[in-house]
Ligand binder design. Structure first.
Ligand code: ADP
Ligand code: MG
Length: 692
């Protein structure tokens, strides 16, 4: 008998190299293995008759290999062909030719005389009916027949180093030998969906399609229920904490607003009122501020900060990149020092360069006194940055932080109020799920002085025209970003390639001044480069995605993104948010040579709209909602089976169940709720931070 929680390494029948391959998929225990769910099923109780014609739906066939051959063409290239004949061939049956192009391993696996199961689309090629690159499995012996064939057979997500056969075999054995009592069914009593153990059997090896659906329902419900319990417990935990009251008159805020060179939008005003109410209440504030790029979240954050400071507390503002932290710091110094506010900056970089420092004091006042506001990066979380009385923590671009980091900054007593900000829009129906433990405010209005952003997709061949256009804009005094395709800074940065790229751009834009910016440039230098760009001394910044979040230079009205197809829609929208921040008409040019329908559809979305919600919705439609719950964003374990859109009903039920349990027993102290406690503890363990 094997136990549900047992590590796979204790199971001797699993070959050691397979363990390594499994570990790469983060499959370490029996539970992990059994929750690696099938991607689809094949009804192998019934094989189709051999086809006579083309078919657009893939079909499942079983037959015998009667001939194989290797065809060479165009010098190096090879096609491997295997002829498959129906086992009980009738006079009418036609053989099918299976073809693989340049796949050496296939020819090593398939041989004459074997029986094969294949899945693919038959295509007429001249006289012959062919199937190109079908999925296939060799039937090796009759023992195996009962596992892999003559049933509704699970097909798993393709993985490197583990064939369907091996995967299915392992899962089959694990289920055969599983101790049923070791599998906890973690569902509320009110829901009758059978045992988890039964559901696991049926999801992998369904007896009928209906049983399979029922199993899926059980497992999706469990997944959602666990998630809602975690969200709910975070919420009730927060409600139990003693908060702080920040009920300032708002004189500083008044002064600050009067000094601004613009009027607030009514959305900004509304949100500031919401924050004022939260701050003044005795409960801890836990609020998410959503607003599209450029909607003016920073001003709102400053308003909250001033209310906290005026009521005698310290405030922290944390940003995900050094560039952004420095920018916030500069803005705050400019706006707040005249009001007598003391500021400090703390970033990892500043620390590195000069050894452990006392807080860098940027304020006008003596460094003896504690700062009112500390701005910084993740460095705020570590290295003994001490807050004497932190009353408000603001986290900008919160999707770049993990929940555990948020917790780290705010888990002190008495609990500081927390404001997290994001430009990643999520449909309102889903915010409940993803940010269920936060209250949500939305800035749904852009400042009225904004110039339009025009977005255009161009092939690389059009670069000369694009350059002419760019030069015209630069001559008119605008500035430009050129974003080059090193998707993220962790990707090994080839400094030489970047330098070559940069030289080319200097050449192309001569005589305008260009500078190169990427993550490997030492911090002080990076800051100096940004500063020159901000002051307009540099016309163009040739940059990686280090400028993706938050950077605000209103005169930059032009952006060119190379190899745009390599970025995701959300990321392109964020990048594009760097322009259109002033009153000039702005232009975003997406260079791409990829002509695939998916890429063209993706880029076309950006041509059509500048609305973040519309972009996000299109993004979800194209990617499916599977990716929606990024761990970094939600701090929740990724869903393995549930689909937030398709299964929305189950989610609502799960939420209701979880809420009912928690409102009766917020700390889960009742004996019958002990099993759920464990669920939460376990999930906390899996909630890791993921900082980009
Ligand atoms: P984001 O929401 O993307 O963080 P920012 O807070 O950086 O946006 O604001 C973008 C720019 O708009 C900044 O230069 C800011 O000073 C300016 N801004 C903010 N609110 C307004 C407003 N009501 N009217 C005009 N400009 C504004
Ligand atoms: Mg911002």
């Amino acid at each position: 008998m094997i136990q549900y929680s047992q590590p796979l390494s204790e199971l001797e029948w699993i070959p050691r190299p397979k363990l390594t391959a499994l570990r790469r998929l983060e499959i370490e225990t029996v539970e992990d293995l059994l929750t690696h769910y099938p991607r689809r099923y094949e009804d192998r109780k019934h094989f189709a008759a051999f086809p006579y014609e083309d078919s657009d739906t893939p079909i499942l066939l079983c037959g015998e290999v009667t001939k194989t051959r290797l065809v060479r063409f165009g010098g190096w290239k090879k096609i491997f062909e295997a002829t498959l004949e129906e086992s009980n061939a009738s006079a009418l049956s036609q053989p099918l030719v299976l073809r693989w192009f340049n796949l050496h391993y296939v020819q090593k696996i398939i041989a004459t005389g074997q029986r094969l199961v294949v899945f693919g689309k038959p295509r007429l090629r001249g006289e012959r009916l062919c199937m190109e690159h079908p999925e296939f499995e060799v039937i090796e012996n009759d023992d195996e027949m009962s596992v892999h064939f003559r049933r509704i057979t699970p097909i798993y997500p393709a993985t490197e180093g583990l064939s369907q056969r091996v995967f299915r075999g392992m899962i089959f054995s694990a289920l055969e030998n599983l101790d049923p009592d070791s599998v906890p069914t973690l569902l509320p009593k009110s829901v009758d969906l059978g045992t988890r153990e039964h559901a696991l059997h049926e999801i992998h090896f369904p007896t009928t399609a209906a049983q399979c659906d029922a199993a899926r329902k059980h497992l999706v419900f469990s997944e959602f229920f666990a998630m809602q319990l975690l969200i709910g417990s975070r919420r009730s935990e927060a409600a139990l904490r003693t908060g702080q009251m920040h009920s300032a008159q708002g004189e500083m805020l008044e002064k600050f607003l009067r000094g601004l060179p613009f009027d607030l939008t009514s959305a900004q005003e509304r949100v500031i009122e919401e924050l004022r109410r939260d701050l003044a209440s005795r409960h801890q504030m836990n609020r998410l501020l959503q607003g599209d790029v450029g909607s003016g979240k920073t001003v709102v954050a400053i308003a909250a900060i001033l209310l906290a400071v005026e009521s005698g507390s310290q405030a922290a503002l944390m940003a995900p990149t050094q560039i952004l932290a420095e920018q916030h710091y500069a803005v705050l110094c400019r706006w707040l020092e005249p009001l007598g506010v003391r500021l400090a900056l703390r970033t990892g970089a500043r620390h590195e360069e000069s050894g452990p420092l006392p807080l860098f004091d940027g304020g006008i006042n003596s460094s003896e006194e504690k700062p009112h506001i500390i701005v910084g990066t993740h460095a705020l979380l570590y290295e003994g940055v001490s807050f004497e009385d932190l009353g408000l923590a603001v986290i900008d671009e919160q999707h770049k932080f993990g929940v555990s980091q948020r917790a780290r900054l705010t888990a002190r007593e008495p609990a500081p109020d927390v404001l997290v900000m994001t430009a990643t829009p999520i449909p309102r129906t889903l915010t409940m799920t993803v940010y269920g433990d936060l209250d949500v405010s939305v800035i749904d209005e852009m400042p009225s002085d904004r110039g339009k952003i025009i977005t255009a997709v161009r092939e690389r061949g059009k670069l000369p025209e694009v350059l002419t256009f760019m030069r015209r804009e630069l001559e008119a005094g605008r500035q430009a970003y050129v974003v080059y395709p090193l998707i993220d800074e962790s990707e090994k940065l080839d400094v030489k390639a970047a330098a070559a790229e940069f030289e080319q751009w200097q050449e192309r834009l001569r005589p305008f001044r260009c500078e190169l910016l990427h993550g490997r440039i030492p911090a002080p230098e990076k800051q100096a480069i940004m500063e020159r760009f901000r002051r307009g001394e540099t016309s163009a910044l040739i940059s990686t995605t280090v400028i993706e979040v938050g950077v605000d230079v209103p005169n930059a009205a032009l952006m060119l993104i190379e190899n745009a197809e390599r970025f995701g829609l959300a990321q392109l929208h964020q990048l594009r948010g760097r322009i259109g921040r002033g009153s000039h008409k702005s232009y975003c040019i997406l260079l791409s040579d990829e002509q695939s329908p998916e890429t063209m559809a993706k880029l076309a979305v950006l041509e059509k709209t500048t609305d973040g919600f519309a972009v996000a919705e299109a993004d979800w439609e194209m990617r499916g909602p599977g990716d929606l719950l990024g761990t970094a964003q939600s701090g929740l374990p990724a869903l393995k089976l549930g689909n937030l859109i398709k299964d929305a009903d189950l989610m609502r039920q799960a939420r209701a169940s979880a809420t009912a349990i928690l409102s009766a027993d917020p700390r889960l102290e009742a004996p019958e709720n002990q099993r759920f406690r464990q669920l939460i503890v376990e999930q906390h363990g899996r909630t890791f931070s993921n900082v980009s």
